[in-house]
Design a protein around this ligand. Structure first.
Ligand SMILES: Cc1ncc(COP(=O)(O)O)c(C=O)c1O
Length: 408
């Protein structure tokens, strides 16, 4: 990467003039922190005492036996405080906010995990907090909205556009432009203008650093492949970064939604529908039409339902260093079901994308091979979507009874 935040032709910082000094301040604070070994120690300390780091590596014995091929290991980011890898990024940015002496944070959120994590960090560090969330996501991730509000954050439903993550990002940038003096924008993934892709993936790199050490300790060798889901790309880059120079295949799994051929998906790298463009302050592969207008996306997983992708992943894809795949909503549900039953683990719908692709490939490998799946978050937040998909009759009765109770 060069200092202007380019990764090959991707990345950059396409920002309005008015934000330039805010970004300069952020780049400076981040560079100083990165070169200060005390900062990383402070970061590790808070992640181990407030979150659950190092997160363990779990050998998925039953699934490995089921597929009869590679041995499957799972990196347990679901065990982080607030239930996802998002905690790694927000606590890192929270420490930077303290260094910059700002008093308010704003964030966008899709699945709500990043919003909950940011609201939690704000509560802990005593910061005011506003979260922008697409109106569609507010509806499908209601439990997370509840928690953000209880944590003291103001949740703003964004109704313009398609009411999804990209619209929430636009709203957050609009807020930032008018409150630059006291506010930091805690961007939730490795996208957006420089330094966000570098900064977010830097904080997330703790995942891969730990996983590399853990697998070498357990197995004495590196995995054959690593599977991670790709929304904006932060959990994928987080686990990939430590293995970039190793002979390990890195597989990023996007949302294939109802199938790539239907156009109803959110696959920017693995489908033919992605094309290079500039939006939301950076250059990358977007799902856009011929006029550069952003297309509608679809995924059962709110956190993967996004039109752009990290410029770092776009560059790694073009270099041939990562392989991009997409799995359908149905494949995700099947993988989720199997994982719950066989291992007693409940991955988030986002994470289940990585499981689904790994499951397709595990049986073709030998018992000597190891594959690593990043379980980026836990599935509790998805209970409504999962219960709908499984058409669970007793859950419906419970919801009806609860609704009747409220109606009285
Ligand atoms: C559990 C979980 N995994 C993955 C993602 C996708 O984000 P990213 O690609 O930045 O890891 C999200 C986003 O909300 C999430 O909540």
């Amino acid at each position: 990467m060069n200092t202007r935040g380019y990764y090959g032709i991707f990345g950059g910082a396409f920002i309005p003039e008015i934000l330039v000094s805010t970004f300069d301040e952020l780049v400076e604070a981040f560079e100083k922190a990165k070169n200060d070994s005390v900062f990383w120690r402070e970061y590790e300390e808070i992640m181990s005492t407030y979150s659950c780091r190092p997160t363990p590596l779990t050998f998925a014995e039953n699934l490995s036996r089921h597929f009869g091929g590679a041995r499957l290991y799972i990196k347990r980011e679901d065990l982080n405080h607030t239930g996802a890898h998002k905690a790694n990024n927000v606590m890192g940015q929270g420490l930077l906010v303290k260094r910059m002496k700002k008093t308010r944070v704003i964030a966008e959120t899709g699945a709500g995990q990043h919003g909950v994590a940011t609201a939690t960090m704000a509560a802990k560090f005593g910061l005011r907090c506003t979260i922008y969330m697409g109106a569609v996501d507010v509806k499908r991730q209601r439990p997370n909205v509840f928690w953000m509000q209880r944590l003291g954050a103001e949740v703003v439903p964004v109704t313009e556009g398609t009411g999804l993550l990209k619209d929430a990002i636009n709203a957050a940038f609009r807020d930032w432009i008018t409150h630059m003096d006291d506010t930091h924008y805690v961007l939730g993934t490795a996208c957006g203008p420089h330094p966000f892709p570098e900064m977010v993936s830097y904080f997330q790199s703790i995942i891969g650093q730990e996983a590399r050490k853990q697998i070498l300790e357990k197995e004495g060798k590196l995995p054959k492949g690593i599977y991670a889901c790709v929304g904006g790309g932060s959990n994928a880059l987080g686990i990939f970064r430590a293995f970039l120079d190793d002979p390990v295949e890195l597989v990023g799994v996007e949302a294939g939604g109802k199938g790539l051929e239907t156009g109803q998906h959110a696959s920017r790298l693995a489908s033919k529908d992605g094309s290079i463009g500039v939006a939301q302050g950076y250059k990358t592969y977007f799902l856009q039409d011929g006029d550069g207008q952003m297309r509608e996306t679809h995924s059962v997983a709110a956190g993967l339902d996004y039109i752009g992708v990290s410029p770092i992943l776009s560059a790694l894809k073009e270099q041939g260093r990562i392989r991009a795949e997409a799995v359908t909503d149905q494949e995700v549900m099947d993988a989720l079901s199997l994982t719950i039953r066989k291992e007693g683990l409940i991955p988030a719908l986002e994470s289940a994308h990585a499981f689904a692709q790994a499951f397709k490939e595990a049986g073709r490998l030998s018992r000597e091979d190891i594959i690593l799946i990043n379980q980026s978050g836990r599935g509790d937040k998805d209970i409504f979507t999962i219960a709908d998909a499984f058409d669970d009759p007793s859950w419906k009765v419970f919801i009806q009874e609860k609704a009747n109770e409220y109606a009285i």
